[in-house]
Design a protein around this ligand. Structure first.
Ligand code: ASP
Ligand code: MG
Length: 420
C-alpha cells in the first residue's frame, strides 16, 4: 500500500484535479490519498479568521472563497444530481453556523475550527470527482483517526491512540482508494486541531507509519529536491537520492521541500519517500531513503543552499554583568518553550546569549516583553538565515559578499550565517 500526498497547488483548479486523477489511473494497488486545501485557500481562510475574531465583516472574503469552490464544482460535475452539490452545501452551512456564533477569546482555537474547512472542501470535491471517473474510492474523516493534544495550531500527536485508530479506520475492503485530509486532526474532546503550516506532509507520514506503507509520494509542482530554492538561485542541481539524515537536516534548516516532522516516522519504519512532479509524473523525482549518500548524478558533495527569511536575532544579557550560565539558560529556554518559539540558531558569549528565531509577531512580542523584565534585550529583525551544506570558500563568498554578517557558524559539513 502506498500513501500519496497532493498539496494545494496540485488541486488548485479543475484541470489540476483532472490531472491528479490521471496520475492515479496509472496505479493499480491500494492507495491512501492525502489532500491539502485547494490553492491559496488556507491563506484566504486565515483572512476570514482574522476578520471574524476581530468582529469585522468577513462576508466578502467568505463569498470569494465559496465562489471559487462553487465554480470548480460546476466545471467538474455536469450532473446536477451529483452528491457533491449537497455535500458541499452541508459543509458551507456548518461553516456559516460556526461564523454566526461569537468567537471565544482563544484565537488559535478559532483558527483551527475555521481553517480546517479548506481541507474538508477540497477532499469532498476530489473524492466525488474520483467517483465520477469510476474509481472505487472512499472519503475518510482523518479527525477520527489522528488524535492530538489541545495545543491548537501546533498540536502534538498521541501516537499510540492514533496508530490504533488509523488501523481500525483505514481498511480498504473493496475500495482501491481511501481519500482523506492532510493538516487537520482532533483532540480528546473531538475538537478540530491542526498540525502547523504545511502540515499535510506530516499527516501522510503518520498514515504511512501506522499502516506500514511500502512508500510515500509527495506530488509537487517541482520535479524533486534541488540544491537550492528554484525561485532564488539560477544554478540548480537536482538531487536524485537523499538520505533520511540529510533530508531531516535540510528540512530543519528551512528547505521548503518537505515539512520537517515528516522524516522521522518514515525513517523509523524505513519507508522511502519520493518527491515527484505532478506536472511531469513520468520523471523520476527524488527519493529520500536509508541510503548513506546523496546522489545528484554529478557530484555527491554538491553544495546545498537554504535560506530562511523574516528572522529576528535576539541578544539576551543579564543586567548585572553576571555570566550567562546554566540557570539563566534554563530560565530562557523555559520561556521559549512556553511561547512555542523555535530556535533556528543560537550562540553565547560570557555575558550574552543570542538566538535567531522566526518572526511570528504575536509570540515574539510576548516573549520579548517577558525577557525584558529580567534581562537586557537587544534585537534586529528582517534578517535572513543562510545555511550551506557541503560548503566551500567560493560558495560562502557568493552568498555573503556585500552583506552585513551578524553571526557566522561553521562546522565540518555546514556553515550558517545570519545576514541583513
Ligand atoms: N493547507 C495547509 C497549509 O497551507 C496544510 C498544507 O497545505 O500542508 O498550511
Ligand atoms: Mg497548502
Amino acid at each position: 500500500m502506498k500513501v500519496f500526498k497532493f498539496g494545494g497547488a496540485s488541486v488548485s483548479n479543475a484541470k489540476s484535479i483532472i490531472n491528479l486523477s490521471d496520475i492515479l489511473k496509472k496505479y493499480n494497488g491500494s492507495i491512501i490519498v492525502v489532500v491539502s486545501a485547494m490553492g491559496k485557500t488556507t491563506r484566504q481562510m486565515e483572512q476570514i479568521v482574522d476578520e471574524y475574531f476581530t468582529n469585522r465583516s468577513f462576508y466578502e472574503s467568505l463569498n470569494t472563497l465559496l465562489n471559487i469552490h462553487e465554480k470548480l464544482i460546476f466545471e467538474l460535475f455536469k450532473d446536477e444530481k451529483s452528491n457533491i452539490y449537497t455535500d458541499f452545501k452541508l459543509l458551507t452551512q456548518s461553516l456559516q453556523d460556526k461564523l454566526r456564533i461569537k468567537p471565544s477569546t482563544n484565537y488559535d482555537y478559532e483558527y483551527d475550527q475555521i481553517v480546517a474547512f479548506g481541507e474538508l472542501f477540497s477532499t469532498r470535491i476530489v473524492e466525488a470527482y474520483l467517483c465520477q471517473r469510476g474509481f472505487n474510492s472512499k472519503w475518510v474523516d482523518i479527525r477520527e483517526s489522528i488524535k492530538t493534544d489541545s495545543i491548537y495550531r501546533d498540536a502534538r500527536i498521541n501516537w499510540s491512540l492514533s496508530e490504533k485508530l488509523i488501523k481500525e479506520n483505514f481498511v480498504f475492503q473493496n475500495h482501491q482508494i481511501l481519500l482523506t485530509q492532510g493538516f487537520i486532526a482532533s483532540n480528546e474532546k473531538n475538537r478540530t486541531t491542526t498540525l502547523g503550516i504545511e502540515g499535510s506532509d506530516f499527516s501522510a507520514a503518520i498514515l504511512a507509519y501506522a499502516l506500514d506503507a511500502t512508500e510515500m509520494v509527495v506530488w509537487k509542482d517541482v520535479p524533486g529536491f534541488y540544491n537550492s530554492d528554484p525561485k532564488l538561485f539560477t544554478k540548480l542541481v537536482k538531487l536524485n537520492a537523499v538520505s533520511f539524515h540529510e533530508a531531516v537536516e535540510l528540512a530543519y534548516y528551512g528547505a521548503k521541500i518537505i515539512h520537517p516532522k515528516t522524516i522521522k516516522p518514515l525513517q523509523n519504519k524505513n519507508i522511502p519517500l519520493y518527491v515527484k512532479s505532478f506536472k511531469e509524473p513520468e520523471t523520476s523525482g527524488t527519493v529520500i531513503s536509508r541510503s548513506t549518500e546523496n546522489k545528484c548524478g554529478l557530484d555527491p558533495e554538491v553544495p546545498i543552499f537554504i535560506t530562511k527569511n523574516n528572522q529576528v536575532l535576539i541578544s539576551i544579557a543579564p543586567h548585572d554583568f553576571s555570566f550567562i550560565a546554566e540557570d539563566n539558560l534554563s530560565a530562557i529556554f523555559a520561556l521559549l518553550a512556553h511561547y512555542r518559539v523555535k530556535v533556528n540558531l543560537m550562540q553565547n558569549s560570557a555575558i550574552s546569549f543570542s538566538i535567531c528565531v522566526d518572526n511570528i509577531k504575536e509570540r515574539i512580542e510576548l516573549l520579548l516583553e517577558e525577557l525584558k523584565s529580567n534581562y537586557k534585550v537587544l534585537y534586529n529583525n528582517e534578517l535572513t538565515l543562510v545555511t550551506i551544506r557541503h560548503y566551500n570558500q567560493q560558495t560562502i563568498d557568493e552568498l555573503t559578499n556585500d552583506r552585513k554578517i551578524f553571526i557566522q557558524q561553521k562546522s565540518r559539513h555546514t556553515v550558517r550565517f545570519v545576514v541583513k
